[in-house]
Each structure stands twice: as structure tokens, then as C-alpha cells.
Write a protein that binds this ligand. Structure first.
Ligand code: SF4
Ligand code: ZN
Length: 420
């Protein structure tokens, strides 16, 4: 028997009207920040016998035990069971956590996977809101929206820092890696359709992601397989099939059918997009890009900054400064938001020459993508250890020093045509 939960038992309001609510530092009781401490959000499919429906557990301190204004770890694991449940649906359910948690009055959520950020306001805390209520919201929302596949659901919320570290590194990251690896054998040419994603229109009304096997959604959380699963779960939902039968320009990845879909889904705000160009008709960005790539004229290349990177880039801008000019659902040639995994893709800026244009990345990001990026560089251009040629903040944060470094390393971008 399926029970529709209409009333969620929490001490504050729950409605989509609160989705755009921002909580300023001065108004916040506590925050959780995956870019600074170990955090994770995960859906985990288990056997029905291993689950107690509607059980909500908090392992570690509650908000009462956290210092006012402090930054804390959080990892929540939502266990689900159901005879129609497939592990392919896990990331689709996970991606909805963002919407669910944002609908809570006085609670703000951004990011995903192990990079989420949550703020709880002083008002919500004073009204009695606690972490166990995040569990209530996740439980009720997952049961409601995914009743076709989820029969039983249990939520465990970890705040104990050691447990968060364990969950993040031993459970969540291996799960995310396994999902990402499944995609490695798929190419854009090997599939018949792409998918749209308009989940972010709540914040960015004209934004549409076109998700292909070799270009995941810019949030990094929606791969082509995820979009496909989303479409199977909800054929009228945020991910729609986009055919790709009428190519206009294969060099930049432009298709008549894709343009038509984007125009319709953006309510006419966007006329045309390319899949593989940063300069010509680039895809738009909402606000949840994992990375931003921008052109660096002195080297004919591009610099990439990831959300976790707090320092300066050779573009003379920090990540938040880049974000302010890249987001908002408008096309900004020369800048694009993208997922981390797109960096090693053979389709990354293919129209402008591809990954050979990458001249700078924060060290941590470079290390994260190194194996895959080096493999792509070897396959495409026969270059060994390409990441050794790419600058980072330990080498340069200004264009002059960067170009000196690139010259010394013989970086291929220096010999390429200017991008503008
Ligand atoms: Fe979907 Fe794109 Fe938003 Fe990710 S960033 S949720 S792919 S619209
Ligand atoms: Zn978004």
C-alpha cells in the first residue's frame, strides 16, 4: 500500500516559494560546506529487509551542539528499497535533494554530491528546526515523488566529522566514480538522442542544459545516463528526448532539432546553441556550474576555475567574479560553465581545438582530472603527461608569468590561432 504524504512534520513551512531564498551570513545559525569539510549526499539502494521505513537517525551532534555561525560536516544517506528500483535511478533522486531542502523555510541548499552547501537560518533554528527535520523532508519528498519505484525509505544523517569523512571517501566518492565510469564507453556519435534538463529553471528561467554522453550537465550531477533515467521515471519531467537528426554544423555541434528544442524549452529566450564551442553560440549557464572556463588572450588558451578554488586566476578574476558574469541563463561567448568531468572530454571546446587550449587550472582540480585528461591528450594529440604543461596557482596567477611557464614547457596553445 502506498501512502501519499501531504503534510511534512516540521516546525517551519515547506513550499516551492522558499526555493529562491538566500540566507545571509549574519542571519545564519550554522552552515555545512562540502567545499571546505567532508560532506556528501547519497541515495543507496538496499534490500527491503535491510531497511526500516521512515526511520530517521542523526549520528553526531545536532544543531544545538554546534557553535553559532560555524561551518560543519554533514553526510546524509537515503536508503531506498523497492521492486522497481534500479541503481540507475539513484543519481536522479539525489539531484532532487537540492529542490527538496531548498523548499524548507529558512534553509538554503546549493551544490550536490560531496560539494553541497547548506545554511540553516537563526529563525528556523528558533522555530525548532533541527537536522532530523531534513531527514523528514527527504523521506516524505522521496516517497511522494518516486512512489513508482521507492517502497521503503530510511534516512541517516551523519554530522560526526570522522563518520562524514568515512562516508565521503569510502562510500560516496567510490559510488560517484563507478557511475562516471559507466559513461566512459559512450560517445555522442554512438547514441541516437540527447536529453534536455531544465531542473534549474526555478532559479534561471531561460536556462537549458543539453546533456550528451560526452558533455554532462554543468552541475556535474546529470550525466546522459541520469537524464535518460529521469526521462524513464517521468516522461513529462525535466529531461526530454532531443533528437539529433538534422546537423547544421558538425564542427561546433549545432543541430536544427537541438535548436528547436532549446528554443521551445527556453520559452523563446534562446535561438541556437552549439554543443562544442565556447565562442560560437555557447550553451548557457545557470548558477550551479562545477567549473568555469574563460579565454586567456595572451596564451591563446583558456583558464578553468572550480568552485572550491578561493584564489585568483590569471584572468584577473576569482571564481565568484567569473560566476557573476557567466550565470543567469544567457550566452556569454568566451566563458562557459561546465562539469568537472567535461574537462577530459574529447568534445571539450572541440570547435576551438579542444583540451590543447587548457593553459591553467587550480592544482587540486588538475590533480582530480589528471589521469583522464592525460589519457585524452595522448589519444588526441600524442602528448604525454599533458597536465605537466598546464599552469596552476603555484606557478602563476597573472598572465605574464603564466606565458613564461607555458613557453618553457612548450605548451601547444602558444602556437595555435588566437581565439578572438
Ligand atoms: Fe539540470 Fe543543467 Fe541544472 Fe544540472 S545544471 S540540474 S543538468 S539544468
Ligand atoms: Zn543550475
Amino acid at each position: 500500500i502506498k501512502i501519499k504524504i501531504t503534510n511534512i512534520d516540521i516546525p517551519v513551512a515547506f513550499a516551492s516559494a522558499f526555493e529562491g531564498e538566500i540566507i545571509r551570513r549574519g542571519d545564519m545559525q550554522v552552515e555545512f560546506d562540502g567545499s571546505r569539510v567532508d560532506c556528501a549526499e547519497l541515495v543507496h539502494t538496499v534490500d527491503a529487509s535491510e531497511i526500516e521505513d521512515h526511520k530517521i537517525t542523526v549520528v553526531g551532534p545536532e544543531v544545538d551542539d554546534m557553535e553559532l555561525g560555524s561551518k560543519n560536516s554533514i553526510a546524509y544517506v537515503v536508503k531506498v528499497a523497492g521492486k522497481n528500483m534500479q541503481p540507475d535511478f539513484e543519481p536522479v533522486i539525489e539531484r532532487k535533494f537540492h529542490n527538496y531542502i531548498n523548499c524548507i523555510e529558512g534553509v538554503y541548499h546549493t551544490g550536490q554530491r560531496d560539494m553541497q552547501r547548506i545554511r540553516i537560518s537563526k529563525n528556523a533554528f528558533a522555530a525548532g528546526f533541527r537536522l532530523k527535520h531534513i531527514g523528514e523532508v527527504l523521506y516524505a519528498s522521496v516517497k511522494n515523488e518516486f512512489e513508482a519505484v521507492v517502497d521503503k525509505c530510511e534516512v541517516i544523517i551523519y554530522t560526526d566529522p570522522a563518520e562524514c569523512t568515512r562516508i565521503r571517501h569510502e562510500v560516496a566518492i567510490p559510488t560517484f566514480n563507478k557511475r562516471d565510469d559507466r559513461l566512459n564507453n559512450l560517445t555522442d556519435e554512438s547514441v541516437d538522442v540527447y536529453y534536455s534538463c531544465i531542473l534549474c529553471q526555478a532559479f534561471s528561467p531561460s536556462h537549458v542544459c543539453v546533456v550528451t554522453p560526452e558533455r554532462l550537465g554543468l552541475c556535474g550531477a546529470v550525466s546522459w545516463l541520469d537524464a535518460k533515467a529521469t526521462n524513464e521515471l517521468d516522461p513529462n519531467g525535466p529531461c526530454q528526448v532531443i533528437t539529433k537528426e538534422r546537423p547544421i554544423d558538425e564542427r561546433i555541434g549545432e543541430y536544427e532539432d537541438v535548436n528547436e528544442a532549446v528554443k521551445r524549452l527556453s520559452q523563446g529566450a534562446l535561438e541556437d546553441v552549439s554543443l562544442y564551442s565556447i565562442m560560437e553560440k555557447p550553451m548557457t549557464s545557470c548558477g550551479c556550474f562545477e567549473c568555469i572556463c574563460g579565454i586567456e588572450p595572451f596564451s591563446n588558451g583558456v583558464c578553468i576555475a572550480n568552485r572550491e578554488y578561493a584564489g585568483m586566476t590569471p584572468l584577473g578574476m576569482t571564481f565568484p567574479e567569473l560566476a557573476s558574469m557567466t550565470g543567469g541563463g544567457v550566452q556569454t561567448p568566451g566563458f562557459m560553465g561546465h562539469g568537472k568531468h567535461f574537462i577530459a572530454s574529447k568534445k571539450f571546446m572541440k570547435a576551438e581545438g579542444g583540451i590543447e587550449r587548457i593553459v591553467w587550472m587550480p592544482k587540486e582540480l588538475k590533480e582530480f582530472v589528471a589521469d583522464r585528461l592525460n589519457q585524452t591528450a595522448k589519444e588526441l594529440y600524442g602528448i604525454d603527461n599533458f597536465t605537466d604543461m598546464i599552469g596552476d596557482e603555484t606557478v602563476a596567477t597573472d598572465p605574464e608569468t603564466l606565458v613564461e611557464f607555458l613557453t618553457e614547457k612548450g605548451h601547444p596553445a602558444l602556437g595555435m590561432d588566437p581565439m578572438m
